[in-house]
Design a protein around this ligand. Structure first.
Ligand code: RM4
Ligand code: MN
Length: 388
């Protein structure tokens, strides 16, 4: 079987943004392992990210995290990215690594700390103006650990006011994207724990505010594709942070833990008009590579998303709708499973070759010798990491 021209051309619409932090060192609370060749600054992270795009043509942009990716001259960083064939993408704010934010940031009781957190976001928007980024992505660590610790209602109101002030500075063609997470670092309540809260907060802001769905930020066995459907239906699915999880926010390679879930999500994205040129939903990765090599880890990740996208594009929509109308449960389910079980790897290899890309990007990268080169060249300095 070869892809139909429809599927082949739809695959060309795929763009998956890479997180700059995936190229730095990361780990658990127990240990962060360093790797020879790990980038020491944002310029080197972008050079590494560009390798993923070079071998796959799937990742034309790189997300920044501020202050991790702070530089003196963003025009220079932008030029550096463009010279490497990629663009600078989403700017992520960070209000979770400063002593002032112990009890929260945008929802904090203290006006001074709230002001500081708002100003940080305004600075992020200034950076976006220089980098040409569209999205400001906000993930808040705000929450409490114990019942009664703080007034949840007051925190929600203050967060709304803070977000309003930030939103007022979002320019035309820019967006504010609010990410939710069920728990961690707060373990009693998070101020944005779920899609409903994120939706309520962004709906109160306006059209240019949307929700970010991080696939690792739900309770076990949550039906994530239902949330995808609902947010697309409401016109509010701004972006995905893809990764996979077995237990909590594991940030493992997307599609590694549960490829079927990734397939079901992509089926709903395509169904809801969120894919490719149709939609405004940004695909991003939010992952860490604690023990595997980072660049091939990212290559594997974008290939996993591509593979499940191809399978989702293979769903016979007409037959599916007909079976649904008939009330033929097993036929409808079978049609979906037929697409899921289709091995598209040979077709994807051919699709790549037709476009001048390596049939096997993992192998091509391994043979390029890039990892050995950076290990040799990047000596001295301080390797980039979470600082956590
Ligand atoms: C958070 C969240 C954000 C990411 C940080 C590093 O859990 O997923 O998207 O910026 O981690
Ligand atoms: Mn995330």
């Amino acid at each position: 079987m070869a892809f139909s021209s429809h599927v082949a051309s739809r695959l060309e619409e795929q763009a998956i943004e890479l997180p700059s932090w995936a190229f730095g060192n990361s780990g658990t609370r127990f240990k962060v392992f360093g790797t020879p060749g790990t980038p020491r600054d944002p310029f080197e992270k972008i050079a590494d990210a560009a390798q993923v795009h070079k071998h796959t043509a799937l990742s034309p942009s790189v997300a920044l995290h501020i202050p991790w990716d702070k530089v003196d001259d963003y025009a220079e960083l932008r030029k550096h990215a463009e010279d490497h064939g990629v663009a600078l993408g989403t700017v992520n704010s960070n209000t979770f690594q400063d002593d002032d934010y112990k009890f929260g940031s945008l929802a904090h009781r203290d006006d001074r700390i709230r002001r500081k957190a708002i100003d940080h976001h305004l600075e992020c928007i200034d950076i976006m103006d220089e980098t040409g980024s569209r999205d400001l992505k906000i993930w808040l660590a705000d929450g409490t650990n114990y019942a009664g610790q703080d007034d949840m209602r007051g925190r929600q109101d203050r967060m709304h006011e803070s977000l309003q002030e930030i939103y007022a500075r979002i320019g035309e063609g820019q967006r504010l994207v609010l990410e939710y997470k069920i728990f961690e670092p707060a373990f009693y309540h998070m101020d944005v724990p779920d899609w409903g809260t994120s939706y309520a907060q962004v709906a109160a802001l306006g059209e240019r505010a949307t929700v970010c769905l991080d696939t690792g930020h739900h309770a076990p066995s949550t039906n994530i594709e239902f949330i995808v459907m609902q947010l697309l239906r409401l016109g509010k699915l701004g972006s995905f942070d893809f990764n996979s999880r077995n237990y909590a926010d594991d940030d493992l390679i997307v599609g590694a833990a549960d490829p079927f879930q990734l397939f079901r999500i992509l089926v709903e994205v395509i169904r809801g008009g969120g894919y490719g040129k149709d939609g405004d939903t940004a695909f991003m990765l939010d992952q860490c590579h604690n023990i595997e090599d980072k660049i091939p880890g990212q290559i594997r990740s974008v290939l996993n998303v591509q593979e499940m996208t191809a399978r989702a594009l293979l769903v016979d929509r007409e037959a599916l709708t007909a079976a649904q109308i008939e009330g033929d449960v097993l036929q409808a389910h079978g049609i979906l499973m037929d697409a899921f079980y289709t091995d598209v790897r040979a077709d994807l290899a051919a699709w790549r070759e037709e476009r001048g890309l390596p049939a096997d990007p993992m192998q091509a990268f391994a043979e390029s010798g890039y990892l050995a080169t950076i290990a040799q060249e990047r000596v001295g300095g301080v390797q980039a990491g979470w600082g956590a």
